[in-house]
Design a protein around this ligand. Structure first.
Ligand code: UDP
Length: 420
């Protein structure tokens, strides 16, 4: 089943006690109005998580909802520049773009005013809707800014501009401590997670796997290395091609699949895709796929037929694609950056690399040592089970809500038990 969205189904995967704990935590929060806001319904990790997180919160009795703000082209150009700047790129954003950003946020706040004014908790994801808070002075609930991107070394002038909005929030969430910025409110660290019952992660039968070989002309006899990601320079697809080319000199029957799609709030994807196609055009063993946003089973199957999964990002907020691959028993060769470091434990669940040469070396090593490849894949899955399932993230969100609603109280009564 692709979309059960009921907690009991998670007992087998996450453990009965974990689910029982979630129910206990949620019981006093029944009826709480919690709104998530981001800027795309499809594409990228944020939408991926919200599609599952919101129904699970509802299943726990929380009145959770998800709103998406939209804007004109200039708005997305501006917010993509924010994204690049937070991840460290020096960018020059014209004033007209900033005005458009502010106007879109003002307009969105007006459209959503009734929902937001009365919400108990509002979670704003990433910079796109961050300025809405400035237009809701009469808000009653607690507002949280959730940063999904690698904010370890932001381009200061842009962060300074955004910080003026973020400072109004009651709390922020970052994925790891290295990303946390100095802010005048509590900061929580909550890494993202995957849903094992999402179509992207459920077990597939042999027929599903064979179908993708056929659909994309993939050779079942040649080892496969795969990277799944938006066509974004921070994901370094050209570095992946280079790593593949370097490996192929030594392991000739080899193929590379680059699978990606766009996100409606990412205007740069087309350009990067063209660069990738140009770099790949002389090699019939490279397959470059542009997939629709709902190609979850296809991505699932590609991750399962791959021998090794790469995520050679040079900046990465978290990298859900890493967790997804690890859940399928794949060791991941990942860029030594951001959230990838939380998941790829070097030499244990995969390898961390800094260059295409480094990636090529690790690919060769794993293809020559199949027993190690398998062992790492096994450890990778168990590591995800312990750390990166949606049930863990849900627990942390619920705990955060308690923290926000109960402030500095030292004891919180929970359905007969006491948290201290
Ligand atoms: N994804 C997808 N189709 C694509 C590319 C990516 O569905 O063509 C999914 C991918 O499986 C993962 C999410 O989008 O679930 C990407 O999240 P990640 O954290 O890896 O990167 P982001 O795009 O958020 O930077």
């Amino acid at each position: 089943m692709d979309n059960p969205n009921t907690l009991s189904q998670y007992e087998d995967v996450a453990g009965r006690d974990v689910i029982e704990h979630l129910r206990q935590l949620a019981a006093p929060l029944k009826g709480l109005r919690l709104v998530h806001i981001n800027s795309t319904k499809m594409g990228g990790g944020v939408a991926e998580i919200l599609h599952k997180m919101v129904p699970l919160m509802q299943d726990l009795g929380i009145n959770a909802s998800w709103e998406v703000i939209t804007g004109e082209t200039i708005f997305y150009q501006c917010t993509k520049s924010f994204h690049n700047a937070i991840q460290g790129s020096p960018v020059n954003i014209p004033h007209s773009h900033l005005r458009e950003y502010e106007a879109t946020n003002k307009q969105s706040a007006e459209i959503l005013r009734d929902t937001l004014r009365d919400a108990d908790i509002v979670i704003i994801h990433d910079p796109q809707p961050a300025a809405m808070i400035a237009h809701l002075p009469d808000r009653k609930g607690k507002w949280v800014w959730r940063c999904h991107i690698d904010a370890s070394r932001p381009f200061r002038p842009v962060w300074k501009y955004l910080r003026d909005f973020v400072a109004h929030y009651d709390a922020s969430i970052f994925s790891l401590s290295g990303f946390a910025q100095r802010l005048p409110h509590p900061i929580y660290l909550i890494p993202p997670s995957i849903d094992p019952f999402h179509a992207k992660n459920i077990a597939l039968d042999r027929k599903n796997l064979q179908a993708v070989y056929h659909q994309f002309g993939i050779d079942p006899e040649k080892p496969i290395i795969l990277q799944v990601s938006r066509y974004d320079r921070f994901k370094d697809p050209l570095g992946v091609i280079r790593a593949y080319q370097l490996t192929k000199r030594f392991i000739p029957p080899l193929q590379l699949i680059l699978a990606g799609g766009g996100a409606s709030d990412d205007p740069e994807g087309e350009m990067v895709l063209q660069e990738v196609r140009t770099a790949a055009k002389d090699d019939p063993d490279i397959t470059v796929l542009l997939l629709p946003g709902d190609a979850h089973r296809t991505i699932n199957a590609l991750q399962r037929i791959a021998d090794i999964v790469l995520q050679k990002s040079i900046r990465e907020g978290f990298g859900l694609t890493v967790t997804e691959a690890m859940w399928k028993n794949k060791p991941v060769i990942g860029g030594d950056t951001g959230g990838i470091r939380l998941q790829v434990i070097n030499h244990y669940t995969g390898f961390l690399v800094n260059t295409p040469e480094g990636a090529a070396l690790r690919i060769r090593y794993l293809l020559h040592n199949r027993d190690i490849l398998e062992d790492m894949g096994y450890k990778a899955k168990e590591f995800v089970r312990e750390n990166f399932l949606i049930t863990r993230q849900l627990r942390e969100y619920l705990t955060l809500v308690y923290g926000l609603l109960h402030g500095t109280e030292e004891r919180i009564e929970l359905n007969g038990t006491t948290l201290m």
